[in-house]
Design a protein around this ligand. Sequence first.
Ligand code: KMH
Ligand code: ZN
Length: 308
Amino acid sequence: MAKIILSCAITGSIHTPSMSPHLPITPDQIADQSIDAAKAGAAILHLHTRDPVTGRPSARPENFMAFLPRIKAGCDAVINLSTGGSAVMPLHERIAGPMAAEPEMCSLNMGTMNFALYPMLGKRTDWQHDWEEPFLRDSDDLVFKNTPRDIEGVLRLMGAERGARFEFECYDLGHLYMLAHFRDRGLVTGPLFIQFVMGVLGGVAAEPDHLVHLKTTADRLFGTDYLFSTLAAGRQQMPMALVSASLGGHVRVGLEDNLYLSKGVLARSNAEQVTKLREMLEGLGHSLASPDEARAMLGLKGPDQVAF
Ligand code: KMH
Ligand code: ZN
């Protein structure tokens, strides 16, 4: 069996500080949890940043630079910076940090979509920060804008001009056809790394038969010129990771996608989720790729070619 690339998405821009005391917010918290996740087996660290005081999603270069050198000094994991930022940010704001840091990898969201977080409001009333409740509530009228022009811009600025390769975030079948369109125009080249994103309200639900159909479609469009990984938001995180691995795919966990370790039990760290998945995968006979093995599989430029 081929080795499995485990990505860990450390903090994201979906969950808010009141939802878990373990969600990393400050540069030290993000760096510590990233290094621990890498030590536990994550080959790739998918990173967003937050305002260190309020915890609100941010994509400011100075917030990224406050932890990137520390993470690089503390582990050899591949650094993958989000260009999705938060769906509430315009694209120029979302890519400011990645443009300054010039990472080996960055995410690229393959279509415009709804990104509805308001079901997470639940019955909670004890918000720590003023921004949290309206941030979630207003997502009933939120468009996560990723038009072909936006995608082409990120490919040029981050790929052609800065040598990054991409985690292509595909939330639905149409996003695969958009990726094939850019391949046909010669703007993306293999090996492509597709992240199937399941369970976001606005994208496809986290069901095994949907994943099989996404993979079958990607096989038809990209043949052997791609690798896929799967993330499922919320409680389907671990089950879908195991389905992904069983189909020959790679896996992603992390507090960006799910705050829990098991039903009703908050994960105390990203490393805890990495360790849990690692043990399940190894129990099934799989083994994890090291960061350098992941670099070779994905054709990355190397950690000495970044700007941090
Ligand atoms: N937050 C995930 C649902 C990005 O950072 O570009 C998708 C994601 C997007 O990771
Ligand atoms: Zn992300």
